[in-house]
Write a protein that binds this ligand. Structure first.
Ligand SMILES: Cc1ncc(COP(=O)(O)O)c(C=O)c1O
Length: 419
């Protein structure tokens, strides 16, 4: 059996495939595997209780079976779109209606639509690319395009901070946005690093995108107002050149596969048409379940008062354990400003991060080697082989055991090297 070019491209072993394989292995491996690799959100009992209660209510009233028994339109559930538009209008004063919002089957699905809408081959022969102005970036963007050679990434500048921390910044002095760029994309907070691009950086990117006449995607999967896993004090931004992507996943509903895109009407119409062809319509259970929390705006309070402090405490605990136990000179952690990961940098690591990943896997801890997170970075850069990403938000006992193993392995690697 042979596959088409499409088949060959989308079945090769990508970074995201390895991650999903590991995730499965981690889940199947039960208690033996410490799963710090995947992007699964934590289970937060208070949040789960709220969803369970609401599901019971929806079941009692018949709304759940109604949602299951009907297709929504290709743009997504109308009442949910209206409620979202009201929430964003009233919370941030954005001039939007439901015509500015489309739902997708998870935001991952939205990136596939959006990247292919704006990048790749154009009818006049031009080939446009997606620019990631701040590598490292989300592993799930890599490979999400029909055409090849679509991604370009810019190396960041590194600010060394006190307390063994560092922070990446967009290196505007070296950022080139040529005429071959069709789209700029940045996750904020960033997966894998926990970085939050500053307001000033975002405003500068917004100006560049508008000057070039290309959209700026802000991937707000962890951002505000929900799930609000963001510890830095920054402001949300949207205008009709910005495509803001949100998701219900990190609030605790990854299985609902509900992505939310806020953009100008032309982009939303395009997404809606794509959705009709590719999926008929987005799933209706996530929107049905989340609707009451959006309508009474309690989603904002839940995110601010339950979700955010939960993650912030977990992040701080994991940072202090790592710093206590890892005793090698070049060890740094990216300042945890949001998202559900810590990004560990071992300056002058004697082995590659891939080797470190394999050694940790042998010892029963799954993390993700850092080099996957630089899609589109053309230049060789040692730093890409010196970092790993770990999910800090899983069960505390697993994170504690996992950190102890990471620390002993890293300490041993440096000791072997110095012998
Ligand atoms: C930065 C970022 N964006 C988007 C997604 C996709 O999430 P979903 O498709 O569940 O909405 C993820 C998932 O881990 C992510 O980390």
């Amino acid at each position: 059996m042979s596959f088409s070019s499409f088949g060959n491209k989308f079945t090769r072993h990508s970074g995201i495939t390895q991650l999903m394989d590991d995730l499965n292995e981690g889940i199947r491996g039960g208690d033996d595997i410490l799963m710090l690799g995947g992007g699964n959100p934590a289970s937060i009992p208070e949040i789960e209780a709220k969803f369970k209660h609401k599901l019971d209510e929806l079941n009692q009233s018949g709304a759940l079976i109604d949602a299951l028994g009907n297709y929504d339109g290709p743009q997504g559930k109308d009442t949910f779109l209206d409620a979202l538009a009201t929430l964003f209008r009233e919370t941030y004063g954005w001039d939007i209606s439901k015509k500015n919002i489309a739902l997708t089957n998870g935001s991952q699905n939205a990136f596939f639509y959006l990247f292919n809408l704006f990048a790749g081959k154009y009818h006049d022969g031009r080939h446009k690319k997606v620019l990631f102005p701040l590598a490292p970036e989300y592993i799930g963007y890599a490979d999400a395009t029909l055409d090849d050679e679509v991604f370009v990434a810019a190396k960041p500048s590194i600010e060394e901070l006190d307390g063994g921390l560092f922070k990446y910044h967009v290196d505007f002095d070296h950022l080139e946005v040529g005429d071959d760029i069709g789209l700029i994309c940045v996750s904020r907070p960033t997966n894998p690093t926990g970085n939050v691009v500053t307001d000033e950086e975002l405003q500068r990117l917004d100006v560049i995108a508008r000057e070039k006449g290309i959209p700026l995607i802000i991937d707000n999967a962890y951002g505000t107002p929900f799930p609000n896993i963001i510890f830095a004090d920054v402001n949300p931004i949207w205008n009709d050149n910005i495509i803001l992507c949100l998701s219900l996943s990190k609030l605790g509903l990854p299985g609902a596969r509900c992505g939310i895109v806020i953009a100008n009407e032309q982009t939303i119409t395009a997404l809606s048409n794509l959705s009709g062809i590719i999926a008929l319509s987005p799933g209706s259970i996530g929107p049905e379940l989340a609707l009451p929390f959006i309508q009474d705006k309690s989603i904002i309070e839940m995110s601010e008062q339950i979700v955010k402090p939960f993650y912030q405490q977990r992040a701080e605990h994991a940072v202090s354990l790592l710093q206590e136990q890892i005793a090698v000179p070049g060890f740094r952690i990216h300042k945890p400003e949001g998202a559900i990961f810590l990004w560990l940098w071992f300056k002058d690591l004697p082995v590659t991060c891939e080797e470190l990943y394999q050694r940790l896997k042998q010892k029963g801890v799954l993390v993700v080697p850092g080099h996957y997170f630089f899609p589109g970075l053309e230049q060789e850069w040692q730093h890409t082989h010196e970092c790993i990403r770990m999910n800090y938000s899983q069960k505390p006992e697993d994170v504690e055991k996992g950190i102890a193993i990471i620390a002993s392995e890293v300490n041993a690697i440096y000791a072997e090297h110095n012998r």
